[in-house]
Design a protein around this ligand. Structure first.
Ligand code: BJW
Length: 259
């Protein structure tokens, strides 16, 4: 177990206990203990591949087979993974709107940048998914019917590149690539969730915008802000409390203290 700083954990627990509105924003580090590779940490995906080669519309237009090969590999990887203790705690918090007698009722929102769906599989309610899902596809050509995403959980994918059932063009993963706008409704819900008592970021390198900006927005609105990560990030010196530790260790410990 990696838990290097006890004092910030105690302070965060006290803040969480007193809070009525809590927002937790997660990144790839939350799924690391499940076996899902992160992007930028040790062993992260970008250490092996260049983002520009795989996670942009230009990359897909240039070489859809290469991009699909990468996504097919990641779908297979994620399909073999299960939610870990961090997902389980957040799922329980998200469902704990009605508190038992004597407890403060809590409204817990979970916002994620992850496309793996492990929060959903753990049972998180009303999850806000900023970067889409590995398990949904849409038309790459942008045909009107294929703009609405459809579910595709086939693992492995059949031979040949997935096609749009409406226009026959290439289908693509319904994830948000660099240079693409996030879905307006998701951004609005996330911005709304920055109006909270405690805003906690977990397992994100805090470098990809607009997600990385939400913790600062929450702070400007008066939220107590905190971060849980294995290592310092650009947000560490700006949040009220930075806890160096693993999400799957720290969240269950916080849960025990505040429950
Ligand atoms: C643990 C742990 C454990 C490990 N416990 N912790 C210049 C300046 C500012 C912005 C821009 C700019 N140029 C371009 C932009 C915009 C760009 C951007 O932010 N770029 C930055 C990199 C500079 N953003 C966009 O393009 C976004 N769209 C947009 O802004 O539209 C308007 C616009 C367009 C064009 C120009 C300007 C504006 C879209 C961003 C989409 C991001 N997409 C991806 C891929 C999704 C699909 C897929 O998965 O295939 O999303 S990139 C990748 O990064 C993925 C993630 O969701 C995202 C964030 O990564 P995350 O989750 O933080 O993971 P890691 O790996 O980075 O970090 C893991 C952390 O966990 C590490 O810190 C570890 O230490 C830690 N950890 N184990 C706790 N057990």
């Amino acid at each position: 177990m990696i838990l290097r700083v006890q004092q910030p954990l105690t302070e965060l627990a006290a803040r969480l206990r007193a809070a009525t509105r809590i927002t937790v924003m997660t990144g790839a580090g939350v799924s690391a203990a499940s076996g899902v590779p992160t992007f930028r940490g040790a062993g992260g995906l970008w250490r092996t591949y260049r983002a520009e080669d795989l996670a942009t519309p230009e990359a897909f237009a240039r070489d859809p087979a290469l991009v699909w090969e990468w996504y097919a590999w990641r779908r297979e990887k994620v399909a073999s993974c299960s939610p870990n203790a961090a997902h389980v705690v957040l799922a329980r918090w998200s469902a704990s709107a009605k508190a038992s007698a004597g407890q403060v009722p809590r409204d817990v929102r979970v916002v994620t940048q992850n496309v793996d769906d492990l929060h959903i599989r753990a049972g998180t309610r009303d999850l806000i998914r900023l970067h889409g899902s590995l398990w949904e596809l849409k038309c790459f050509n942008g045909c009107s019917a294929g703009a609405t995403t459809w579910r595709d959980e086939r693992v492995p994918l059949p031979d040949g590149l997935p096609r749009c059932p409406y226009c026959g063009g290439y289908a693509r993963p319904a994830v948000v690539w660099f240079g693409e706008s996030l879905h307006g409704g998701d951004v609005n819900r996330a911005v709304e969730a920055t109006a909270c008592d405690v805003f906690l970021t977990v397992g994100t390198s805090a470098v990809v915008y607009p997600a990385a900006g939400f913790v600062h927005h929450a702070r400007s609105l008066g939220a107590f802000t905190a971060e849980i990560n294995l290592e310092p990030t650009p947000a560490s010196s700006l949040v009220d409390v930075s806890i160096l530790g693993a999400a799957e260790d720290v969240l269950p410990q916080l849960d025990r203290v505040i429950s």
